[in-house]
Design a protein around this ligand. Structure first.
Ligand SMILES: [Zn+2]
Length: 344
């Protein structure tokens, strides 16, 4: 199963007035995502193998947000995800790939979205699954001295992995397997004087890191540690004249930053600090109005990564016709509510 990149280009068709194209081409996006799995004879399919499980997560979430949760067959999804699991409990990007934190997080998010987490322990008898086994793989990537997390057994640490661990372990209801206190202290150390967060202590602020750090603090119940006004001001400065958002000063706008910036603003109750109307219009201009899919900015190739984050951004902005997204997990809100209820 592969749902990564596609052939079309985002942008309002030539000769049409962008101001007159503020609508969402829902059906075209659904067909676009479904079509991605049928392009196995193309070179690109094989070049994107390292992203396969992430791609399924992106495509599945996009379909859920579009209100078409059953567009991909549930049993096929579960079978594919389980075929990516390694002996050590973690998941690789594709079958027979080494396990990695990011694909393991995607696997857990996918299984939670299709309501299959309860089946994990049943699958263990067949040599797969095992909720605790997966949790232990993730917990094993924490450095118990520093609180940080690595992506795999050899990799460097990054707050992306720390956030991923919090995301997956909280969905599995296994946060007790890690040292949350030390991890939170590390996130605190990555905070800068401008209220933003860097990839390491003393690294410059970046919107992607704001999302991972604030998201981790939200899961840990420690949003009190965020300087909301300062961070909110830094995030709202990410909006450019054309309505799009960038990831740090002097950089180009990009649809995926709609998500990192907006979700961070939502978590600290400052969503209204940017111009949502202008941002919605920018995201809509990045759609391929004929073939479906969303690109990073008008005129570029569409792909499933920018499609899901564009849709998630629109959902947070309350765009009509989309299912509500959870800003912390980038999954449908009702899925998160279901997981939290079950863990009580
Ligand atoms: Zn991007």
């Amino acid at each position: 199963m592969a749902l990564v990149s596609g052939p079309g280009r985002g942008g309002v068709p030539a000769g049409r007035d962008p101001a007159q194209e503020p609508y969402l081409v829902t059906e075209k996006h659904v067909n676009y995502i479904k079509s991605l799995d049928t392009r196995k004879d193309e070179l690109e399919y094989w070049l994107t193998e390292h992203l396969r499980l992430n791609g399924v997560y992106w495509g599945l979430i996009a379909l859920h947000l579009l209100g078409h949760p059953d567009a991909l067959p549930r049993e096929d999804i579960i079978k594919y995800v389980m075929s990516c699991q390694s002996e050590n409990g973690g998941f690789g990007a594709a079958p027979r790939h080494d396990a990695h934190m990011l694909s393991t997080v995607s696997a857990v998010q996918i299984l939670a979205t299709v309501d299959a987490l309860d089946e994990l322990d049943e699958l263990e008898s067949e040599g797969h699954g095992g909720r605790i086994k997966i949790g232990k793989y993730i917990a094993g990537l924490q450095n118990r001295e520093t609180g940080t997390f690595a992506g795999d057994e050899w990799g460097e640490t990054d707050t992306r992995f720390l956030y991923g661990a919090f995301n997956a372990l909280s969905l599995l209801n296994l946060m007790y397997l890690i040292d949350v206190h030390k991890a939170v202290a590390h996130v605190q150390a990555c905070r800068n004087f401008d209220g933003g967060y860097g990839v390491d202590p003393e690294a410059e602020s970046h919107a992607g890191q704001a999302f991972t750090c604030v998201g981790a603090l939200a899961i840990a119940g420690h949003l009190d540690l965020v300087d909301r006004d300062r961070l909110g001001a830094w995030l709202s400065e990410r909006q450019l004249e054309n309505g799009g958002l960038n990831g740090r000063p002097e950089k180009l706008e990009d649809v995926c930053y709609s998500w990192w910036v907006l979700s961070s603003l939502a978590m600290i109750d400052r969503l209204h600090w940017i111009d949502g109307k202008k941002l919605s219009a920018f995201i809509l201009r990045c759609q391929d109005y004929e073939g479906g899919g969303i690109s990073d900015r008008p005129g570029d190739m569409v792909d499933v990564f920018h499609t899901v984050f564009g849709l998630a951004g629109l959902s947070l902005l309350g765009f009509p016709g989309l299912v509500a997204v959870d800003p912390v997990y980038c999954m449908p809100k009702h899925v998160i509510q279901r997981c939290i209820q079950k863990s009580r």
